[in-house]
Design a protein around this ligand. Structure first.
Ligand code: SF4
Length: 351
């Protein structure tokens, strides 16, 4: 159940009425609407009309029914690492807690598109079992609330979950992954901020943002309210064809995030979720873009280009290597412009 009245548009017909789809495209999208959740909040309807890069992320397309052999329903292997419902425990010291599978907006390239939707909230008994698992697993240092979108929960419900996590001694930090500050910035109000700051442990907020145009005045104000309350803000972005696959678009995005007090954290290579091929950028092109950015952006504005290995083996940096060993203790180092330099640290002589 979604606790917040986002007043989202949830059907192709409604999107056509809002001018975001041609009326004659609506019948051809029935299969997409049947298979995948649709939801576009008023803030993103307004932006989508003016920015094709925004509309492309949220307005359904017929290509979503084209599934390549490499694509899979569970691209990053969540199911293989789920000991109890609502938990994904892939790495020893951190895990995902998914209290809801509802989102404020449904991205057309979502890596969990086969599971997200309005019906997915943990029952009280399931939530108790998930929290019991965290309490009993002493290796867990960090809990990452994700889903779905945890900030679609009411402030009261969120506060209840955070309060329990605060009582578990081995959990030292909490992170929340969300699209809400972009999709429904009005939701970042005093009640929600009070819930995020009421516990003694640090709560980091990771904001999903893919284009500088998403950072409207309202979104910047919402981020400012969190930053002023002392909440550290990170950004996760996805490299998407037709949205941000140029040096200029990524440069604008990462600078705008830093100017909003949001630290770019990850630039994700798109996961192999079904029907997302029309968003996929080649790895070589992603590496070229990131290398070009390194030559022009402050380190503060440069996220790590990251690949989630299909099947659940974890995340690895996807950028091109800058250093290659020569075998005699020296390295060949490539600078952002592509020139190479010898680097000889001479470790043997100093030890
Ligand atoms: S907000 Fe996140 S979980 Fe929800 S549809 Fe978008 S990518 Fe998927």
């Amino acid at each position: 159940m979604n606790h917040v009245p986002f007043r989202s548009l949830t059907t192709p017909a409604a999107l056509a009425d809002a001018g975001l789809l041609a009326a004659d495209a609506v019948p051809g999208l029935a299969g997409v609407a049947e298979r995948y959740a649709i939801g576009v909040t008023p803030a993103l309807v307004a932006l989508s009309g003016a920015h094709p890069a925004i509309a492309r992320q949220f307005v359904p397309a017929a290509e979503e029914l084209l599934v390549s052999p490499a694509e899979r329903a569970d691209p990053i292997g969540d199911h293989a690492h789920s000991p109890v419902k609502g938990i994904v425990h892939r790495y020893p010291d951190r895990l995902l807690l998914m209290p809801t599978l509802s989102c404020a907006v449904y991205c057309r390239f979502c890596f969990r598109r086969e599971s997200v939707g309005d019906a997915g909230v943990l029952s009280p008994a399931e939530m108790t079992a998930a929290l019991d698992y965290i309490r009993a697993t002493e290796s867990v240092w960090e809990v990452i609330l994700t889903g779905g979108d945890p900030l679609t929960l009411s402030a009261r419900r969120l506060s209840e979950i955070l309060t329990v996590l605060d009582t578990i001694p081995h959990v030292k930090t909490v992170r929340i992954h969300t699209r809400v500050p972009v999709a429904a910035p009005e939701r970042i109000d005093g009640g929600l901020i009070a819930a995020l700051t009421a516990i003694s442990k640090p709560v980091y907020v990771g904001i999903h943002c893919n284009h500088a145009a998403e950072l409207t005045a309202d979104v910047k104000a919402a981020c400012g309210r969190m930053a002023n309350a002392g909440i550290p803000l990170l950004a996760q972005s996805v490299l998407l064809k037709g949205v941000n696959d140029s040096v200029e678009a990524l440069d604008n995005l990462f600078r705008a995030l830093v100017e909003t007090r949001v630290r770019p954290y990850y630039l994700h290579h798109l996961d192999l979720a079904p029907g997302t091929g029309h968003f996929r950028v080649a790895v070589e092109e992603g590496q070229r873009l990131v290398q070009a950015l390194r030559g022009r952006l402050s380190g503060l504005a440069l996220p790590t280009y990251i690949l989630d290995i299909p099947g659940g083996a974890g995340k690895v940096p996807a950028g091109a290597a800058y250093m290659s060993p020569e075998g005699d203790g020296t390295f060949l180092v490539r600078d952002p412009q592509g020139s190479t330099h010898a680097y000889a640290p001479d470790i043997a002589k100093t030890s």
